[in-house]
Design a protein. Sequence first.
Length: 89
Amino acid sequence: MTTAMAVELFRHALLETFWLALPILAIGFVVGITVSLIQVLTSIQDPSFGAVPRLIAFLFGLLLLLPWMTAKLISYTTVLLGDFSRYAR
């Protein structure tokens, strides 16, 4: 395996990780901004008021996106291991 192949393999793994994490992080971002806006508008400064909706949103998003994430990971692993001879040289 050449250095260029190793860099390409690592780059592809990081891109897959990015695309898998992006929807969950976007959900957390949107819910976090919304909860913060509600806290500012109502002057509620309770820490649990901010944490609980975010945790529920993360859980709901993870349950909703888990089949897609699993399919994407299976596809990536199949492509990686299917072309394994390319990396063994």
